[in-house]
Design a protein around this ligand. Structure first.
Ligand SMILES: [Zn+2]
Length: 200
């Protein structure tokens, strides 16, 4: 529902106030545009993709606190990072100077990111939300503790946090938020992140 509408002026202002959103000016990103929740003429608009992700993060609420914060997901994100840089980095990562997460620009062109989750591919904006939360968690607690993975779930590292986020999307959101299939896909995403814990 939310994804078939465009961000309002005040939503865009809020996101730009709460985060330094920087699309690398050396990369020819198309200008922001939105028509019924997608880019003009049905094109995938990378700037819109990011704003839609932030809209979802802002709209989400859970029937119990997230394991890593007492705050709402949006308020937590706001406190964890100062900004989001979108560039041609080979991998999304954290952090650029001043607690800014770095997102790989190509990701924001994925057609699947225009919907919440594609049951065929499993991809969707749900993946971007997980990525943003993962990278933002690095800003709070540092890097991985078992190579590129995390040693334990209890340490609530970037992978553990990401896994819990998806689990909470599946199990702790109001019924109207997601259908059964979407909840099933969220569990799969949770398990994928859980597989990155060395000693779960
Ligand atoms: Zn990581």
């Amino acid at each position: 529902m939310l994804l078939s509408t465009c961000p309002t002026e005040s939503e865009l202002n809020r996101f730009n106030t709460d985060f330094d959103i920087l699309f690398d000016s050396t990369i020819p990103f198309p200008p922001y545009g939105c028509q019924n929740g997608t880019g003009p003429d049905g094109e995938v608009n990378p700037k819109l993709t990011l704003y839609q992700g932030l809209r979802v993060i802002h709209a989400l609420h859970f029937n119990q606190p997230l394991p890593w914060t007492e705050l709402s997901l949006y308020e937590w994100l706001k406190g964890a990072i100062h900004g989001i840089v979108i560039t041609d980095a080979e991998f999304s990562h954290c952090c650029a100077a001043g607690k800014q997460i770095v997102l790989k620009g190509d990701l924001l062109y994925q057609p699947d990111y225009q919907i919440w989750v594609n049951p065929q591919s499993g991809g969707g904006l749900i993946g971007l939300i997980g990525l943003i939360v993962h990278e933002a968690r690095h800003a709070e607690i540092g890097g991985h503790t078992c190579g590129l993975d995390d040693a334990t779930l209890e340490e609530l590292g970037a992978w553990g946090t990401q896994s819990y986020l998806f689990l909470y999307l599946a199990e702790n959101t109001p019924l109207a938020f997601f259908n059964q299939e979407q909840r099933q896909m969220a569990i799969q995403h949770s398990d994928t992140a859980l597989a990155r814990i060395c000693n779960p």
